[in-house]
Design a protein around this ligand. Sequence first.
Ligand SMILES: [Zn+2]
Length: 242
Amino acid sequence: MIKKIQGIVVSETPYKESSKILNILTEEGIIGVVSKGCKNIKSPLRIISNKLSYNEFVIYYHDGSLSTLKEGSVINYLSNIKSDLTLNSYLIYLTDLTSQVINEGNKKQIFDDYINTILKIEEGLNPTILTNILEVKYLDYLGAPINFKSCVKCGNEKDIVTISSIEGGYICKNCYTNEVIYDSKVIKMLKMYYLVDIKTIKELKISDNVVECINDFLRDYYESYTGLYIKSKEFLNKIKEY
Ligand SMILES: [Zn+2]
């Protein structure tokens, strides 16, 4: 069966003399394809067989085994991202994260959110905010959604005083002990991150302080609740500190 599909090459393995086996992240999950002869300078498959460009692929699809790449074209080279070490680190981290999440839920929704996030970063919007938005949305698929409705200790929907990355959601006035108090703007904005449709985002005007608080909250929350370890996240954090 011939299939036309959009995706991003997430990893490659050399195969025979001039070919590669590619893993392509798509709306149907990760598809393994053989790209025959793509290492030859004149190969029409050469450009689209490179990692981390957003391409359209035409493949001879074999369910359950390796497919074969027939042809394709580049939709977006993501050149702005690739020319910036920090942005490139975001791209690698988001791709690693999505590769781990893609099979845990609605693949099309996950892929669309991932691509739209990358395209917004390529357009120049704040990569920390966009990454955090995607991270909040992915928590649903990782079986660790943040409770945005009521106090996680007693169920009270009123008198919320903070949100806790340790307890996993809102804390009300009655249940508060010694949790970090986050500004109400942080709590409100985190919920907006969860609800926003990424492809409709035109601009992001959020104060640096709120952005940093949410970023720290999500880092702690991911550590406490997801059990995911993603090496490229550590590298990204180092680059940001540098
Ligand atoms: Zn409570």
